[in-house]
Design a protein around this ligand. Structure first.
Ligand code: DHB
Length: 388
């Protein structure tokens, strides 16, 4: 097969790029070693920046996000057992959308199918040749395939094989580890609060999120060695309740827990995001810790810049246009890296924290909610409305 853009990875980054390119008449082939069902079952984050929701609706992927998603105009920061609302609408004139990443994937996969996009799920033995460039793999019928292309895009997630093709001498990997992880659950219960609650507590961080009228998503900080299966529902509820408890009597509405997983936690950036005809997008180029739900939003922001520069390179015969991709994307990537790191360190308990560390953290939270400048700073980061 011959195509203009070969894309490794059919998650939201790869599929959205393929969709945006097709709007400009640029062909692409997308491959993924996972099946469509497998990707559709992976539970990921649930918050879209308004720009991400608009990108899905305005480019014709689907308006389901606007019909079935829920606009959230703020969050609660909870510490010292009390909740403090940060009002995004009042502070930055923007909201975010509660709409699960799984649904973003379903919408994108359906849109590519509807528009005749070439997406091959469930392939194996994938390898890339950057000098070709070409992608080689065995398709789901067991037949060896080669896709030759003008540009190769690595949208293949945090364990990217494409990233490894940038020569060691030319690349710079920056990362940070955290001495904790998140225990994530789905429960069959009504909502416990109208908006998301980010809670700081002496027992560690907890996040009360939502999915639907009947199912909710919650997380609590845990040790990275935690075995999720070893935790009973009762023990999980006891821990979550303890972390949100306070003099206002706030308590979670409990129900059966249908999903228990421990999530990895890391900050990571691979630069440059372009090497010759190879371009990296989404988690292949960067990972954020989950606090603030920036991962998917960054992936969509990457590919909206990338589709623009590819269009200039391929349709307007301006190969230098590709030079602008890395610098433009990385500006946002590093803002989101800082935001995710900041929210994480402000809200989590460090295993070696001293009394000073905890008191300082509580004072930082008090400054953020007590100062309009502080609250607006958080609102800008959370909604992704950073000043240019
Ligand atoms: C969700 C996950 C996050 O990391 C976050 O900051 C907010 C919401 C979620 O899964 O709903």
């Amino acid at each position: 097969t011959r195509t203009q853009v070969g894309i490794v990875g059919a998650g939201p980054a790869g599929l959205m790029l393929s969709h945006l390119l097709s709007l400009n008449g640029i062909d692409s082939v997308v491959i993924d070693n996972r099946t469509r069902v497998e990707i559709g079952k992976t539970v990921r984050a649930g918050i879209l920046e308004a720009d991400s929701a608009r990108l899905l609706a305005d480019t014709g992927v689907s308006d389901r996000v606007l019909r079935e998603g829920h606009p959230h105009e703020g969050i609660d920061l909870r510490f010292g057992g009390e909740s403090h609302r940060v009002d995004f609408r009042a502070l930055v004139g923007e909201s975010v959308w509660l709409y699960p990443q799984t649904d973003v994937f379903v919408d994108l996969a359906n849109a590519r199918e509807r528009d005749g996009g070439d997406v091959r799920f469930g392939v194996s033995d994938t390898s890339v040749d950057v000098s070709g460039p070409a992608i080689r793999f065995t398709d789901s019928d067991g037949i060896a395939q080669e896709v030759r292309c003008d540009l190769l895009v690595g949208a293949d997630g945090s364990r990217s094989i494409c990233r490894a093709e940038v020569p060691e001498a030319l690349r710079r990997h920056s990362s940070r580890e955290y001495p904790f992880a998140w225990f994530g659950i789905i429960t069959e219960a009504p909502r416990s609060a109208p908006e998301l609650v980010y809670a700081h507590s002496p027992r560690g961080f907890a996040l009360i999120s939502q999915r639907t009228e009947t199912h909710q998503r919650m997380y609590f900080q845990c040790s990275p060695e935690t075995d999720a299966a070893a935790w009973s529902d009762d023990r999980i509820w006891e821990e979550l309740q303890a972390r949100v408890a306070g003099p206002d009597g706030f308590a979670l509405k409990e129900g059966p827990i249908t999903e228990k997983t421990v999530l990895r936690f890391r900050s990571f950036v691979a630069e440059p995001m372009r090497h010759g005809n190879l371009l990296l997008a989404g988690d292949a180029a960067h990972t954020v810790p989950p606090t603030g739900a920036k991962g998917l939003n960054l992936a969509l922001a990457d590919v909206s810049v990338l589709s623009e520069v590819i269009e200039r390179a391929l349709l307007k015969n301006d190969p230098d246009a590709l030079d602008a991709y890395g610098p433009r994307a990385l500006d946002r990537v590093w803002k989101a890296q800082h935001f995710s790191y900041w929210m994480t360190t402000m809200l989590h308990s460090l295993p070696a924290a001293t009394d000073f560390d905890v008191r300082r953290q509580l004072s930082e939270l008090a400054s953020v909610v007590g100062s309009e400048a502080g609250s607006r700073y958080l609102a800008e980061g959370y909604t992704g409305c950073w000043p240019a």
